[in-house]
Design a protein around this ligand. Structure first.
Ligand SMILES: *Cc1c(COP(=O)(O)O)cnc(C)c1O
Length: 454
């Protein structure tokens, strides 16, 4: 009996363009707002922070297809196409009539999908004469990807890593340093944003929102330095559509088309990356694929957040973004899926949820590790704690098919491997992991702050 079947594309079949869903959306995302002028943001407003090309990609609602620069596509060939895998082992273990496929982004040199955008961002920076890039990282996956991409294109990188991860995940810090990055635990005394927070809360363990503030401040105060972001923004998701565009061709090789597409959700880049190319066919050709974003129950912005203008970072340096949010001061519990501990969703996904084009599902931590452990045992890949959320939703959907006898085709994105997250698995196996719930009162209290921004 077949255990696993893998589909690859030839170098020539690797896509030459990314897909910009904004051009095809019936209701366009509402505009980001400049916090000082209160006017809709123009690309030029973002020039001090990001490479220019990225500022234009961010707000482009016109062009559906954006060329992948040749040097970026050359680097993609190091690890792309990534395999599309038929998960016979998981199907058998669940006894489901569903056909389960996953796109394996864990084969990238840094172990996650993040490199797809890091290479693009580092390339545009280099092309525009930027010498230094800065960013924040939580669990360290984005920092690792940017550190490597910066090295590839010959620029220096400085990474603010959320302090608790810096201390708890020393190997990701070592990876960034091995690629040549300068890594600083955040909050730090090196920026005003960091100092302000440490003065108020001397034991602050850090958060992505704070680390973003520090990195943006460094970029704005340093000549030749730009900021980069690994999720949330529309240009990041644009670069990730390479995942879904490849998957579309690979599913055709398998002679199937997905009824359900699933990915875990932090800021939305791997979700949009696999989902948007398929959603394009819902919009343009009337296909009826369902799209499900899997978020942690401890940080449930899609299922329990509110659609509002809010800042992307704690200090309020970013534009105001129209998004589902738990409030920019929200402090998520310290779950192991560090990449999903973010208070808001990107503007595209937020509009798509409002329009009923997709939905979110929130999953408690224990269920995610139960799913990830089963997946490891039957497919031989230890998934990242973030990816375990997508697997948990896939299992729920496959078990529904078992009850109803429906033979649905399910595709999920394996956003990364968990080989540097074994402490989390250790705790799970020892029975020491717990679930964190957010109360309605917590959500309301945080959103009260956001109300003042409207
Ligand atoms: C960063 C990360 C995520 C979450 O980010 P998105 O932008 O929502 O995709 C998910 N999985 C892995 C492995 C990550 O590194």
């Amino acid at each position: 009996m077949e255990r696993q079947k893998r589909y690859f594309l030839s170098e020539d079949e690797i896509p030459r363009q990314w897909y910009n869903i904004q051009a095809d959306m019936v209701n366009k995302p509402m505009p980001p707002i400049h916090p000082a002028t209160r006017q809709p943001l123009k690309p030029e407003d973002l020039y001090p922070i990001f490479a220019k090309e990225l500022c234009h990609q961010e707000l482009d609602q016109e062009h559906a297809w954006i060329d992948i620069p040749e040097p970026v596509r050359e680097m993609y060939k190091y690890y792309r196409s990534t395999p599309l895998v038929r998960a016979y082992g998981l199907e058998e273990a669940l006894g489901t009539p569903a056909h389960i496929y996953f796109k394996n982004e864990s084969v990238s040199p840094v172990g996650s999908h993040k490199l797809n955008s890091a290479l693009a961002q580092a390339f545009y920076c280099k092309q525009e004469g930027v010498t230094n890039v800065t960013t924040e990282t939580g669990a360290g996956q984005w920092g690792a990807a940017l550190s490597y991409a910066a090295k590839v294109f010959g620029i220096e990188s400085a990474v603010y890593q959320v302090k608790i991860s810096y201390e708890q995940k020393p190997y990701r810090r070592s990876i960034m340093q091995t690629f040549g990055a300068q890594v600083t635990p955040s909050p730090s005394m090196s920026t005003r944003a960091g100092k302000d927070i440490l003065t108020k809360y001397p034991n602050h363990q850090g958060s992505l929102g704070t680390a973003i503030s520090e990195a943006i401040e460094l970029a704005m105060n340093t000549p030749g330095c730009k900021y980069t972001l690994g999720s949330v923004l529309s240009h990041v998701t644009l670069h990730q559509t390479i995942i879904g565009l490849e998957a579309e061709k690979q599913m055709a090789m398998a002679g199937e088309y997905p009824d359900i597409v699933i990915a875990c959700f932090g800021g939305g880049s791997n979700f949009g990356g696999i989902a948007f190319p398929f959603m394009r066919l819902n919009i343009l050709e009337g296909k009826t694929t369902e799209f499900i974003a899997a978020e942690p129950a401890s940080c449930p912005k899609l299922t329990r957040g509110r659609f509002q203008y809010d800042f992307g970072d704690e200090a309020g340096y970013t534009p105001l973004l129209p998004m589902y949010t738990l409030g920019h001061n929200f402090r998520p519990a310290n779950i192991h899926a560090g990449g999903l501990r973010y208070h808001g969703a990107g503007v595209i996904v937020s509009q798509l949820i409002k329009d009923g084009m997709m939905r979110g599902v929130d999953i408690p931590q224990l269920e995610t590790f139960e799913a990830g452990t089963l997946f490891a045992r039957v497919e031989g890949i230890i998934p990242a704690p973030e990816s375990c959320h997508a697997i948990a939703v896939t299992i729920r959907e496959a078990l529904k098919c078992k009850e109803t006898g429906e033979k649905k085709t399910i595709l999920f994105n394996l956003s990364g491997h968990g080989l540097i997250d074994m402490t989390a698995y250790d705790q799970y196996l020892a029975g020491n992991l717990i679930n964190y719930e957010v109360t309605d009162a917590d959500v309301e209290r945080n959103l009260a702050d956001v109300d003042n921004l409207q």
